[in-house]
Design a binder for this molecule. Structure first.
Ligand code: ADP
Ligand code: MG
Length: 722
């Protein structure tokens, strides 16, 4: 048996247990060893029974004075009661659901009991303790229940006590198998326990300090593997070919001068970094992170212009059709003077939805576009991800820009890389853009194989968005305020969490209250309902429209372009009631009010994204968070929204309050727990990274580190990078 052996090869593990283990993700002996305890109970000393105190973890030694099982709770559960006595006194013991105990223990047995003391109606008792029978010639005390005892997450009917036995046994069998794979220098630098010692100390520590030290080893081991993995991916990129696209400084100068605004320093710096990337002879991979409204599009525009003018094609992809159209319009507008052929390819319709901008852009059938693209007659092609997934072929694609869809970019990139390697073809540079503020430490770790540019500065003249939490009684004041803003020629968004009218009565009514228990959506404002109410009762003289994900693309487009036209008059929209479809990318600089209904139902990151839909010009903007929840957590979270304007700050806060697992909604990063915990320590991550780099520099192909190489291969299969 070895590390890779399936768990059913471990003695005492049959099909039933195997299934339970599988549910925990434990499939091999190694998984079992790496199923770490969550804490330890200290049973190092025996307590005198007369001195027991409620709510303490203790171990006692004594004799069984009474023991009996019965069926409790409508005979569904075995209840075992016993009394154990020592020189000083006696205490009651209770076990639930362990019918076999009376097979193992009987009156007169000498035993050790270890567990928690609870306060019952009739005095103290030991609640579900671990136990060990002492025989005449057996060891005086058994290490299975005395000492620091590992407590595992108790799930799938696998008790800590039982797991202890299995883990101890497996460690014993595998004891010669724990080959150290971390480089000596790394172990020294961070003062880590060697693997063979760490596996014992994390399960059966001699002291809490050693347990902690073992834990540190496993956390850093994971970090080291991640960093080594991403560095090696980077080396693969370095070994692949790409078109080197020269930086045309006069061209860029002309472009920048043609803009109606001055670039921020952050935009300038990011553009420079990207243009530098493009010059490389190997494919580069960069993530451009920037707040909503920080002006990422113009940076992408610079990269696209430089690439296209050098004779290479550019593909720009966004997640939704609305966004692709917006990009198309914006990019076509900003590059208007530069005589490039820019086309928009939409996924569903067979027609190009391109607007004709004086011959600069083309309007043609899908087939024609594909044909022109293959011939290299299109400089910049904009579309959804269908753009590359489909049969779209380019003549000489130099740059791919992916907006708000990082995962897609990476996957696509991996595919391209493979093809490039096989056919020895140049593969395009990749620029991903995101407004999702990923904490720096996290980004550098998971996206370690790409470079990071951050736009951490808003265009001049933007003002802080004033954010307020609004209780139900103050709703009318907000409506009055909206009317006032519209009188000032501004526009407003009202976001509701769901499309359909809720089928249950609103909160506050009796039926509503009863229903709330079962339907978490009860009382949530719905877009259609809300629109009707606003239009009929609150703002009968204004134009209110709605937008949601279930509308046809054409309808959405109509509404969006009407809303984009600005305030008042025919074909224009004053108030847009929408679901969170407006979350990413929509640019309506004239809008100054964002109302979010049931704000407590959105995550912080999402609220921040929504808020970013306003404040995109020099007008003072406002965000009103409606809530009728008075829970502490809601208060805390919404308060964070008022205080922090910066998405990075909010993300760090989210990471802090809710933990990395929940960061960014329910997204799984695929990073092992222990490593995740150490990600908060940016300096540590940087040090580990440096160490991994030095190690690879010494031995790039890991020729002298076969154990590490093997470990990485397995690791790669397990960890899925975003
Ligand atoms: P995002 O980063 O969210 O994609 P956009 O690129 O859509 O942001 O830019 C938001 C708005 O800011 C656009 O209307 C754009 O024209 C404008 N903008 C971009 N850069 C600047 C700047 N340096 N100064 C003023 N306005 C700018
Ligand atoms: Mg954008």
């Amino acid at each position: 048996m070895d590390f890779a052996s399936p768990i059913e090869q471990i003695p005492r593990i049959g099909p039933t247990l195997q299934k339970r283990f599988r549910k925990l993700g434990v499939k091999t002996a190694k998984d079992l060893i790496y199923h770490f305890p969550i804490r330890y109970e200290d049973f190092s000393n025996f307590s005198k029974i007369s001195l027991l105190k409620a709510r303490t973890d203790i171990a006692i030694r004594g004799k069984i004075l009474e023991i009996k099982s019965s069926l409790a709770w409508r005979k569904k559960m075995t209840l075992t009661k016993a009394v154990v006595g020592d020189d000083s006194g006696a205490v009651k013991i209770i076990w639930f659901g362990k019918p076999y105990i009376t097979d193992n223990l009987e009156i007169g047995d000498q035993v050790i009991m270890a567990g928690r003391v609870s306060q019952g109606k009739e005095g103290l008792y030991l609640n579900n303790p671990s136990y060990e029978k002492l025989t005449e010639d057996g060891p005086l005390y058994s290490s299975r229940v005395v000492g620091l005892m590992p407590i595992y997450p108790e799930t799938e009917k696998l008790s800590s006590k039982w797991l202890r036995g299995i883990v101890r046994q497996t460690l014993g069998i595998l004891k010669d198998d724990f080959q150290e794979f971390l480089p000596e220098s790394f172990i020294k630098e961070f003062n880590l326990l060697p693997l063979s010692k760490a596996v014992w100390q994390i399960h059966f520590p001699d002291s809490l300090e050693l347990a902690e030290k073992a834990r540190k080893r496993f956390a850093l081991e994971e970090l080291f593997l991640i960093e080594t993995f991403v560095l090696r991916e980077r080396i693969k990129l370095l070994q692949t070919k790409a078109h080197s696209i020269p930086m045309d400084i006069p061209l860029i100068k002309r472009f920048v001068d043609s803009l109606p605004f001055k670039l921020t320093d952050a935009q300038r710096k990011s553009s420079w970094q990207i243009l530098k990337d493009l010059e490389k002879t190997h494919p580069t991979n960069r993530l451009l992170e920037g707040e909503v409204g920080s002006g990422k599009t113009v940076v992408a525009g610079i990269a696209a212009l430089n690439t296209a003018k050098a004779g290479f094609q550019v593909a720009i992809m966004a997640p939704t059709e609305i966004l692709t159209k917006q990009h198309f319009k914006e990019i076509a507008k900003m590059l208007f003077k530069f005589k490039l052929t820019i086309a928009l390819l939409t996924g569903k319709e067979d027609q190009i939805m391109a607007k004709k901008l004086k011959g600069e852009t083309i309007e043609a059938s899908r087939r024609k576009i594909l044909d022109k693209c293959l011939k290299g007659e299109i400089d910049i092609l904009i579309g959804t991800h269908a753009l590359i997934q489909d049969k779209v072929k380019f003549k000489n694609l130099g740059l791919v820009v992916v907006d708000e869809q990082h995962r897609f970019g990476i996957e696509q990139r991996a595919k391209l890389l493979k093809e490039g390697k096989i056919k020895n073809l140049p593969i395009p540079h990749l620029l991903s853009m995101t407004a999702t503020p990923i904490p720096r430490s996290l980004a550098l770790t998971i996206y370690g194989d790409l470079d990071l540019s951050i736009i951490d500065e808003m265009p001049k003249g933007r003002r802080k968005i004033i954010t307020r939490v609004v209780l139900p009684k103050n709703r009318q004041e907000v409506y009055d305020f909206i009317r006032n803003q519209i009188d000032l020629e501004r526009q407003a968004f009202i976001i509701c969490p769901r499309i359909e009218p809720s089928s249950v009565p609103l909160r506050g009514t009796m039926a509503g209250k009863q229903n709330q228990k079962y339907n978490p959506w009860a009382g949530v404002k719905a877009v259609a309902e809300e629109k009707e109410k606003l239009e009929k009762e609150i703002f009968p003289d204004l134009r209110v429209e709605m937008l949601h994900g279930r509308m046809k693309p054409k309808e959405k487009e109509k509404i969006m372009s009407a809303f984009a036209k600005g305030y008042g008059g025919k074909n224009k929209i004053d108030i847009l009631v929408a679901t969170s479809v407006v979350e990413v990318g929509i640019d309506i600089p004239n809008a100054s009010v964002m109302v979010i209904e049931s704000a407590d139902r959105f995550g912080l990151a999402q609220l921040h994204q929504l808020r970013g839909r306003v404040g995109r010009s020099s007008h003072q903007s406002y965000c009103f968070l409606f809530t009728d929840s008075s829970s502490l957590k809601t208060k805390q979270r919404l308060k964070a929204m008022i205080k922090a304007q910066d998405g990075f700050e909010l993300a760090e806060k989210d990471l802090e309050i809710r933990g990395p697992g929940e960061f960014g909604g329910k997204k799984q990063w695929g990073i092992p727990d222990l490593a995740m915990a150490s990600l908060k320590d940016f300096a540590l991550v940087a040090k580990v990274k440096q160490s991994a780099r030095e190690n690879l520099e010494k031995d790039p192909h890991l020729k002298n580190q076969l154990f590490l190489k093997k470990k990485l291969q397995r690791f790669q299969q397990k960890v899925h990078f975003e």
